[in-house]
Structure formats: structure tokens, C-alpha cells
Design a protein around this ligand. Structure first.
Ligand SMILES: [Zn+2]
Length: 195
């Protein structure tokens, strides 16, 4: 039997609202990855989107209780604000994010499901993870390692970063591998040319 190819869906598009240069509202993109019968959610949005996230998941046929794995690309509140919805999920985050007790601590590349790999992509925070999925195309779900398409197009590291050079290196590594990028705060886009 051929192993099944994973699938990737965005169930909620992330956003960032700025006013006079300051971020006044933000919530992350939320994705569902299915591989070998397991259901993985990447990031859970801000606390104020939890009700709409439940609706979005249910209309996608993914009630939160059926999710077996949850990955937080990092632990800023706009990426992990609705973690409690996923009561049956094993939760993963990078050890450098100082995750709470019970979370699986990731410190290196790690395949958590067939075709689904967690990859450290530091720079926005020390412990940023991206999720590389070998689906019908190569998808990188990358949280704030690439917050928006504009960061990729202009080769600009995230404005909030702990190390701009490191962040740029991570951005390039993602763009080198991926065919489709799902940024932390926007819809998926295609990688057209390798930079
Ligand atoms: Zn962040």
C-alpha cells in the first residue's frame, strides 16, 4: 500500500492591523495538516478569535476534539491564544520558547508525522519553528519567520526580531525549500523564483 500524501489547508487567515506604526490587533494564520489519519493544527490564533476558530474548524469538518497534534510555531499570544480548544492534542513547541509543562519540547529538526517535519527557523524569536509538509507540493507553514508575503518579496526579516541576520537566513532557508509558503499573518503564496 502506498503511504498517503499529507494534505494542508488554511482554516483561518491571520492578520495584523497597524496604527501609526504600532500593532493594534493581530492573530495568526491557522492551518490543518492531515497525515496518515492524524490531524495536526499549526498555531491557534489570538484569544479573541477562539469562537470564530471553532466555527471555522467545524465547517472544515475538523472539530477541535478530533485534533491529535498541535504545533505552536512560537509562543507569542497571537499564535497560541486558543490552545485550550484542542484538549486531545499533543502540543509541540521549541524548548527555547520555555513552553509550559506537558508540551513536547523540540530542539532540533523532528519528523512528527509521515511527511511532516518541524524545522527550527530562529530570528523572530529564538525558538521559532516552521512546519515543512511534503504534500502534493512542498508547503512551509512558518509562523512569524515570514509574517507576511511582503517580507518574502522584499527579503525583509520580521520587524520584531532578536537577530535580523539570523531571521533573514531562516527566511531564505524556508524559501529555498518551499514551493508554497503559508506566512504567520496572511494567506498562502507560491514561491516563484528562488532568491
Ligand atoms: Zn510572533
Amino acid at each position: 500500500m502506498r503511504p498517503s500524501v499529507p494534505t494542508v489547508r488554511m482554516v483561518m487567515e491571520g492578520h495584523v492591523v497597524r496604527s501609526e506604526g504600532r500593532i493594534v490587533d493581530a492573530s495568526s494564520t491557522v492551518c490543518v495538516v492531515e497525515s496518515s489519519g492524524a490531524r495536526l493544527v499549526v498555531d491557534s490564533g489570538s484569544p479573541h478569535v477562539c469562537a470564530s476558530l471553532v466555527k471555522a474548524l467545524e465547517s472544515a469538518g475538523v472539530p477541535p476534539g478530533t485534533v491529535s497534534h498541535l504545533v505552536n510555531t512560537h509562543l507569542h499570544i497571537d499564535h497560541c491564544g486558543c490552545n485550550e480548544l484542542f484538549e486531545n492534542a499533543k502540543v509541540y513547541a521549541h524548548s527555547l520558547e520555555s513552553p509550559p509543562v506537558g508540551v513536547v519540547r523540540v530542539s532540533d529538526r523532528m519528523e512528527i508525522l509521515p511527511g511532516v517535519e518541524l524545522v527550527p527557523t530562529p530570528g523572530h524569536t529564538r525558538g521559532c519553528l516552521s512546519v515543512f509538509v511534503s504534500a502534493e507540493k512542498r508547503y512551509a507553514i512558518c509562523g512569524d519567520a515570514i509574517p507576511t508575503k511582503a517580507n518574502y518579496e522584499n527579503l525583509v526579516p520580521p520587524a520584531i526580531n532578536i537577530d535580523a541576520k539570523l531571521a533573514l537566513r531562516s527566511l531564505k532557508a524556508i524559501a529555498w525549500w518551499a514551493e508554497i509558503i503559508i506566512p504567520g499573518h496572511g494567506p498562502p503564496f507560491e514561491v516563484l523564483a528562488k532568491k
